[in-house]
Ligand binder design. Structure first.
Ligand code: ADP
Length: 176
């Protein structure tokens, strides 16, 4: 664990749905109505309450879905966290630089966590699954966005699902 901007930062291997933090971040899709990967696990383990709140968000503010790079919170249902912050990562493109949108997922989620009064927040490797972002580059963008954020959340945890992702994020964050 290292300290930057008075934030306790850790990079660990694990399952995002099992984190005992105030808020976990979901690599959602813009429909907010569920998908595979992290999203599938969040809804499967968190239960119907998360989906119900997502449906209400769709009916109210996000009729067209949640835009890429934005973040919105719901209950965490049956998960150990208090809130799920849903953010939509960009699909990787080799022909167009979408890094700012990926960085925005981290900064917007930190902003939402701060507004909620969350003291701890856990992130997965957004966009590196179905959305195919190269792991090392995604890790670099995550590190730059979190280190550059104006918003202070006391504990930030990066939760990686496998050894390859863990190694990439440890390199990018300079942790061992
Ligand atoms: P995206 O659509 O943004 O690419 P995915 O959910 O497909 O999101 O994958 C994002 C990353 O999260 C991938 O590296 C994947 O291996 C990882 N992942 C999948 N399930 C979990 C989980 N339960 N906890 C943490 N990370 C996960």
């Amino acid at each position: 664990m290292s300290s930057t901007h008075h934030t306790r930062l850790s990079v660990i291997r694990g399952d995002i749905t099992e984190q005992r933090v105030d808020a976990i971040v979901n690599a959602a899709n813009s429909s907010l109505l569920g998908g595979g990967g992290v999203d599938g696990a969040v809804h499967r383990k968190g239960g119907e309450a998360i989906l119900e709140e997502c449906r209400r968000l769709r009916a109210a503010h996000y009729g067209g879905g949640l835009p890429t790079g934005r973040a919105v919170a719901t209950t965490a249902g049956l998960l150990p966290a208090r809130w799920v912050i849903h953010t939509v990562g960009p699909v990787y493109s080799a022909s167009e630089d979408r890094s700012a949108l990926l960085a925005s997922c981290f900064t917007e989620s930190l902003g939402v966590a701060h507004e909620l009064g969350a003291e701890s927040v856990a992130f997965p490797a957004i966009s590196t699954g179905v959305f195919r972002w190269p792991m090392d580059d995604a890790a670099r963008i995550a590190a730059e966005a979190i280190h550059g954020s104006e918003v202070r959340v006391p504990e930030v945890r990066l939760v990686l699902f496998d050894d390859r992702a863990l190694a990439a994020f440890r390199r990018a964050f300079g942790t061992t």
